[in-house]
Design a protein around this ligand. Sequence first.
Ligand code: AR6
Length: 213
Amino acid sequence: MSDSQTSNDQTSNNPIKPITQKQISASSDINNKNNSGNGVTLSVVQADITTLNVDAIVNAANSSLLGGGGVDGAIHRAAGRELLAYCRTLNGCQTGEAKISPAFKLPCQYVIHTVGPVWHGGNQHEPELLANCYRNSLDLAVKHNLTSIAFPAISTGVYGYPLDKATKIAIDTVQNYVLTAQKQATNFSIREVVFCCFSASDAAVYKQVLESI
Ligand code: AR6
């Protein structure tokens, strides 16, 4: 996606009001001219992720990338059958990795498909694999010069990852990614990261963690 197709206003046009939000910035220099000090807004919303008007939404997929239940099913239903046809060309995806597709009938531009780990008790590299989902999704968003991205609570549904642990990983990983990218002063396009929770109780956990950082 080119710069001209993205806009900082996209999420502010969104009718869904954040439950809480926080500005992340590695630089205290408000006069910074090369943009590297610009803040990134992390927000928590309670919504159906398929309704969000962001540049990319992230799908908590399985390794086939051919659809399933939960948020994956909702995304495929809302995007239409072309998404499944496109996903057949992606040759699947390994746990912790991410692949990008157009969004077809969805209001966003892209879907970033990532495969979270199945929870096996926490000693099977689940934390690293879950963090990789967030990092690799952000890498793809930056590669496509995207401004805004929304994540569901990856792995916390069918895959059984305890919500409190997964939320901490989600927010810590995104925060560290943003701070590192800002310090490197490279072309870091992202200005808004949305944590999209389906339930009010999940959103309350995200709110507490985001406000604690
Ligand atoms: N919008 C936002 N969040 C949603 C939505 C939605 N429309 N629908 C569900 N969630 P899950 P996983 C939340 O099970 O644990 C699929 O079958 C849900 O409440 O969708 O990574 C795939 O094909 C939960 O908080 O994903 C895989 O086989 C979160 O999304 C497997 O499930 C993740 O729940 C992946 O399991």
